[in-house]
Each structure stands twice: as structure tokens, then as C-alpha cells.
Design a protein around this ligand. Structure first.
Ligand code: GLC
Length: 723
């Protein structure tokens, strides 16, 4: 009897240790049980490797520090995979699954910020559409393409609030307003992740750069950001909270120093807020080498202390600098890092891998080439681009180009470009997939093309040909702008003007006396004082992706009626920065305290954008908590209009912005017709503010509420809130 019992127990023990039959490999088992089982089988070294991320592929981000690893251990937790086809990645995955003790699949991540191969407008452009649903659809396409290449984790959406156009990364986010950015944050997370993360065609998103990175001093990158707790909560955290609430399972700690505690070592933001208060259902990865950079920032004496500070603050996974691999063993032995915390972090990483279904679907499925650049993807990119162009000026309704425009002089460095228009963080996007403005117009008008000049430099030899083209044409389309590398990471600029060669070309062609339409492509708001006076019409297209040319042609021809509005204030000059709409009210109004040498008003405010239609706002009413406004399209052109709803808290226990966007709605209004837009006030959501501990505060008092086109405001309605 005893022998039989012993034999049974031995068999059970052997079976339970047999990796092939292990619970963690059973897809029908609950995720938490699979995590528990797997964690219990792991060695210390295997655990630390799961908390580490390396890089393979084309290191196409010049800012990436450090070289690629000679050999990536197959037990690595994650790899940033930047290459077409990813053959090297699949060999690594095969080794992870077949040549390691536990067969834990590698999680491949990548910066899929505005498309993977079908490149969409940069996020700042998408925000101009005030159409979060459009961004959700674009994110879904990005997910379908990226997962076809085996990427199951994107370092997106970037939801940093940015109010300083000198900062190159303003291009990557959704502008200056917490509410607008929150809507796009949630919509983009939903787009990437769909309803079920285990769907092999979906990928986990990552909120970045957590947090207040956009407050980097003077628009420089990687620097100090002076942020009060109040500002942290009311300005920089909301767009991250929206993403967490939308189900985003990861966040990336940022490079900046948050008022003395670098983000990557900031226990308050990473653990107390993100994990404890908000309940992030996932893990934190640091930005590229951000742990070792704590030494540069004067926070850590050496890499070992950097590892201790970052991990204990809440950074679960270490990106690329190997600081955890090198130091965790000693830190645990010395009691500076607790083993239970290591296990908790590893469990977070493993849980996401199980939720993604990586153990069941570790490789991309199907034929990659047949899953990219599908016609419907390209069509969506064109639609998104058309909705992202902001019409800033249109004197004498020069646009849309009238039927009697036959000959166009097309000039400027951007006119035939297919590379710069893809913007920063273009993933696997290729210039060869893009349609230039020149190509799109060529089939539609008689076009005389003369580049005129380059993006920069002082070669004016092309001016005369451009001026001759202008003289011979009915209208001049002058396409100016920034190079993709002038925005994005480590792309700060001390001024926000275009190179003089470009504005001189514009002045030269304008002197020909023909109407001039300036098409402006940039990754940031620009100072347009040397552009606007020479332009009868001015269209800010940001960087629109592979369908730039067709989208611009759609707008110039009138096939698409521009409907975008500025998601970020356009300063009159760099001297005005920071300038943003939801500022605090000054102690003195009128002209006191204003600049002596320049207007204190921006060139174009947040929400500004013209349409070919003429929208009239009327009949603002309130019944209880419900406000209504009627918008009539007085023109003969159907058009989409976004109604913005603002509030002002007249007096409160802390100063509040002069106005705050609390709701917006975009709708098509047919020519001659009217639509009624509604805003139902939820006091907790719309009238409360958040205090410096992150708690909502709803106070009684008078609020002013009104509707706006971004240019025209209705009168406000006073709303007295009583508890
Ligand atoms: C970069 C960027 C970050 C990106 C990461 C991985 O330095 O700051 O946005 O996701 O490294 O490429």
C-alpha cells in the first residue's frame, strides 16, 4: 500500500514539474493561475530577464543611445523590433519557445505612433480633426498592420500635454488641452486594443511619456520640468488617466525631472498615482536608457543605485540599458530591493503576455505583404488627412479653387516631397508609398512646377524660374514647411520660424501679383509673420502621411471642405511662449501688463479653423443641466462643424483657467440646413476641478457656459450650481 501511495505521489510530482503539462501552458486556465504557476517555476535570472527589454533591427532613431546587443538572450522579456519582415525577431522567438527552459514568448514592441506602413497624419494633425473616432480607426489599421509583422505592443498613444512649440515632441501628442487630449487618448487605446487583447491582430498600447514631459524647460528635451502638484493633476495627468480608464495596460516613464524627482524614479507618480490610485492593470516600462540616465540627472551615484531607485519607484521593465540585469542580484542580496516586489513586477509582465495570447500565438499569422497598404487603409489615411488640415486664412474665398483656374504655379520645397510629409516616428513608412502634392495636382490642373528653393540654405538660383511660373499662372500654390527631423525627439528649436530662404521665395512669387495659396507643413505651430502677409490663403497641413498630396488636392478643389481646428495655440512669435488658451486670469485686464513690443494675443487661438461653409450660431438655451445651440450652414456648401463647449468658474477656492473645454461634437451640416447641438452638464465631470492630491472638488457658485466655433463665441449662460 505504502509503495503504491509513494509511486502515485512521485508521479503527481513529476507530472506537475513536467513543463509540457504545466498549468501555465493551459490556455483554458485562469490568467492569474497561469501567472502563479509560471512564476513559481522561474529562476531569479529568468525573472530579471523578463523585466528587461532590448532592441533589434534598424536602429532608425538617431537618438537611441548604446549599441545593439551582440546576442539577445532568448529569455528576454521584450524586444523593440524595428525592421521590415523581422526575420531576426522570429529566430529569437523560436529560440525563446524551443530552446529555453520555460518557453516564455518574447513581447515585441515598437513605436507605431501614427501608422505602421500606412502612415497617417501625425497625432498633432489628428487632434486638429477633433474627430477621435477617426483616430480610433487609424489606430485599428496600425494594429492590423503592425501585428502582421509580429508587433504586439506599441509605444503609443503619446499623450503629453504640450504648450511650447520649441519642443519637437509637440508633434507626437494631441496639443495643449487636457480634455481634447483625453478624448484622443482613450479613442486611440481602444483603436489599438479592440475588444479583446488576445486577438492576434490587436496590440497592447502604452501611455507615454508619463508624466509632464511636455513641461520640459524652454522646449528643450530630456530636461527639468517645474510642475506644481496642482498643475500635475489638472493639466498633465488627465490624458493619462483617460488612457488607463480606456484599458491601456502599460505606461512609459519619461525622461524629464519632475520638480526634483525624475519621472523614472518618481514613486508618487509611478506607484502612488498610476498603480495604487488608478489601478493600472499592467506594468511600467522606462524610456530608452532612462534608468541609467538617473546618474546624469544627479539622482543616482551609479547604475546600481539607479536600478534601485527606478525599480522601487515603480519601473517594472528596463528599456535597453541592462541596468536591472547587471544589478538586481546584488540589490536583492543587500536587501535594497525586495524579492516580493520583483515577483510582483514579473507577474505584471507575464500577465500581459497571457492576456495577449502570446503563448498561443507567438508568431504573426498569415502573409505580411498581403496585410499592409490595403486600399481601404490608404483611403482612410486620405480621409484622416483631409480632416486634419486647418484653414487659417482664405481672403476673398480664393479657396476652393474656382472653375476658371486652369493653370497653377506649384512652388516650394514641399511641393514634390514624399519624405518629410511622413513626419517623425514613421515606423515602417516609406516615401515610395506617399503621394506628393505635385503628383496629386498634376492630373487635375495644368501645373507649372518650380521648386524654387530647398528647405534651408541660401541658394536662390531657383527663384527666377518660380517667379516666372507664378507670372504665367492663374494662381500660385506655395508649399513650405519643416523637415521631419525638425520635430520629434531631441528636435527642439530656439525659434519657430521657417528658414529665411523659404519665406523669401514666398515673397518673391507673391510679387508676381497672382493669388497665392500657402500650404504649410510642420510638426509644430510656426510663427507665420513672414508668411501670412504674402498669402491670400494659408492651409496648415502639419505632416499628413502617405496621402498628403491627395488630401491637399481634395481641399484645394473643394472635394473636401476643411473642418479642422487648432488643437494648440499658434504664437505670434517665440517670445510669447508659453501661450495657451486655458491660462489663468491676470490680476489686471485691458492693456496693463501686456507686451509693449508685440500684441499679447496669439496669431491664431486654440480652436481656430476656417471652413468653406458659413456657420451661424444661434439660440443658445438652457433647461436644467441641458444646454442647446443651433448651428446653421448659411452657405451652399455642405460642411462639417465642431461645436466647442467652454465653461468658466467665476470664483473658486483656487484660481481656475479663464475657460476650459468640456465637450465638443463634430457633425456634418448640409448647405442651408440647421443642426441643434446639446451639452448636458454633469457637475461632477464638468464643473469640478481636481485638487493637488488628485481629488475632485465640486464647489457651489456661478459658472458661465457657452458654445463656440473656435472663432465665434455665443453669449454665455450663467449657471448657478448648488449642492
Ligand atoms: C525613445 C522615445 C520614446 C520611444 C522609445 C522607444 O527614446 O523617447 O518615445 O517610445 O525611445 O523607441
Amino acid at each position: 500500500m505504502k509503495k503504491t501511495l509513494f509511486a502515485c505521489l512521485t508521479l503527481i510530482l513529476l507530472l506537475s514539474c513536467n513543463e509540457n503539462e504545466a498549468l501555465y501552458k493551459d490556455p483554458s486556465a485562469p490568467v492569474d493561475k497561469r501567472v502563479e504557476d509560471l512564476l513559481g517555476r522561474m529562476t531569479f535570472e529568468e525573472k530579471i530577464l523578463q523585466l528587461s527589454q532590448f532592441f533589434i533591427g534598424d536602429n532608425d532613431n538617431a537618438n537611441n543611445l548604446g549599441g545593439e546587443k551582440e546576442s539577445v538572450p532568448a529569455e528576454i522579456g521584450s524586444v523593440i523590433c524595428a525592421s521590415d519582415g523581422n526575420a531576426e525577431a522570429w529566430d529569437l522567438q523560436r529560440r525563446a519557445l524551443e530552446e529555453t527552459r520555460l518557453g516564455i514568448p518574447v513581447l515585441f514592441g515598437y513605436d507605431v505612433i501614427h501608422g505602421y506602413r500606412t502612415i497617417f497624419p501625425i497625432p498633432l494633425a489628428q487632434a486638429s480633426s477633433f474627430n477621435p473616432e477617426m483616430s480610433s480607426r487609424a489606430a485599428e489599421v496600425a494594429s492590423l498592420e503592425a501585428t502582421a509583422a509580429g508587433v504586439r505592443w506599441t509605444f503609443s498613444p503619446m499623450v503629453d500635454i504640450a504648450r511650447d512649440p520649441r519642443w519637437g515632441r509637440i508633434a507626437e501628442g494631441y496639443g495643449e488641452d487636457p480634455y481634447l487630449a483625453s478624448q484622443f487618448s482613450a479613442a486611440t487605446v481602444r483603436g489599438y486594443q479592440g475588444d479583446e487583447l488576445s486577438d492576434p491582430s490587436r496590440m497592447a498600447s502604452c501611455l507615454k511619456h508619463y508624466v509632464a514631459y511636455g513641461a520640459s524647460e524652454a522646449g528643450r528635451d530630456y530636461v527639468y520640468s517645474e510642475v506644481s502638484r496642482q498643475t500635475l493633476w489638472d493639466t498633465y495627468l488627465p490624458s493619462f488617466k483617460a488612457g488607463v480608464d480606456a484599458g491601456c495596460p502599460t505606461a512609459m516613464s519619461s525622461f524629464n525631472d519632475i520638480s526634483g524627482i525624475p519621472s523614472t524614479a518618481n514613486h508618487y507618480t509611478l506607484t502612488e498615482i498610476l498603480k495604487e490610485k488608478w489601478g493600472l492593470d499592467g506594468f511600467v516600462v522606462c524610456d530608452w536608457c532612462a534608468v541609467e540616465q538617473l546618474v546624469n540627472q544627479g539622482m543616482a551615484a551609479d547604475r546600481k543605485q539607479a536600478a534601485e531607485l527606478a525599480f522601487n519607484a515603480g519601473v517594472d521593465m528596463d528599456m535597453v540599458d541592462s541596468v536591472y540585469i547587471e544589478n538586481m542580484d546584488a540589490l536583492v542580496r543587500e536587501g535594497r530591493v525586495k524579492m516580493k516586489d520583483i515577483d510582483a513586477s514579473v507577474a505584471r509582465v507575464l500577465e500581459l503576455k497571457f492576456r495577449l495570447g502570446l503563448f498561443e500565438h507567438p508568431y504573426p499569422e498569415g502573409d505580411f505583404a498581403s496585410k499592409i497598404l490595403l486600399p481601404e487603409y490608404v483611403a482612410l489615411s486620405r480621409e484622416a488627412a483631409g480632416e486634419s488640415c486647418v484653414l487659417l486664412k482664405n481672403d476673398n474665398a480664393i479657396l476652393p479653387l474656382s472653375g476658371n483656374v486652369r493653370k497653377i504655379a506649384l512652388v516650394g520645397p514641399l511641393a514634390a516631397d514624399t519624405y518629410e510629409i511622413l513626419g517623425s516616428w514613421r515606423a515602417r513608412g516609406k516615401a515610395g508609398d506617399a503621394v506628393s502634392i505635385a503628383k496629386a495636382l498634376d492630373g487635375e490642373y495644368e501645373v507649372v512646377y518650380a521648386q524654387g528653393c530647398d528647405f534651408e540654405g541660401d541658394d536662390r538660383s531657383g527663384f527666377s524660374k518660380a517667379v516666372s511660373a507664378a507670372r504665367s499662372a492663374d494662381v500660385v500654390i506655395c508649399c513650405l514647411g519643416e523637415k521631419a527631423a525638425w520635430s520629434g525627439e531631441s528636435a527642439s528649436r530656439s525659434d519657430i520660424i521657417l528658414p529665411e530662404i523659404q519665406t523669401s521665395l514666398l515673397a518673391a512669387v507673391a510679387a508676381a501679383g497672382k493669388p497665392v495659396v500657402t500650404v504649410l507643413s510642420s510638426g509644430r505651430p510656426l510663427d507665420v509673420r513672414q508668411i501670412e502677409p504674402f498669402s491670400d490663403a494659408m492651409l496648415e497641413i502639419w505632416q499628413l502621411g502617405i496621402q498628403t498630396g491627395n488630401a491637399v488636392a481634395d481641399i484645394l478643389s473643394g472635394r473636401v471642405n476643411p473642418s479642422a481646428k487648432l488643437p494648440v495655440t499658434m504664437p505670434r512669435s517665440v517670445g510669447q511662449i508659453p501661450v495657451y488658451y486655458n491660462r489663468r486670469s491676470p490680476a489686471r485686464t485691458g492693456d496693463m501688463g501686456r507686451y509693449q513690443d508685440i500684441s499679447s494675443e496669439p496669431a491664431y487661438p486654440f480652436g481656430y479653423g476656417l471652413s468653406y461653409s458659413d456657420f451661424e450660431y444661434s439660440d443658445l438655451t438652457r433647461e436644467g443641466n441641458i444646454l442647446k445651440v443651433t448651428v446653421t450652414n448659411k452657405s451652399e456648401i455642405d460642411g462639417k462643424e465642431t461645436v466647442l463647449w467652454f465653461i468658466t468658474d467665476v470664483a473658486s477656492s483656487i484660481t481656475r483657467p479663464v475657460k476650459e473645454l468640456k465637450h465638443f461634437e463634430k457633425r456634418l451640416i448640409k448647405a442651408g440646413e440647421s443642426e441643434t447641438f446639446t451639452f448636458e452638464i454633469d457637475p461632477e465631470r464638468d464643473l469640478a476641478f481636481v485638487d493637488s492630491d488628485g481629488n475632485p472638488v465640486l464647489e457651489e457658485g456661478i459658472f458661465r457656459i457657452w458654445a463656440s466655433s473656435g472663432i465665434i463665441d455665443t453669449p454665455f449662460i450663467e449657471y448657478e450650481f448648488k449642492k
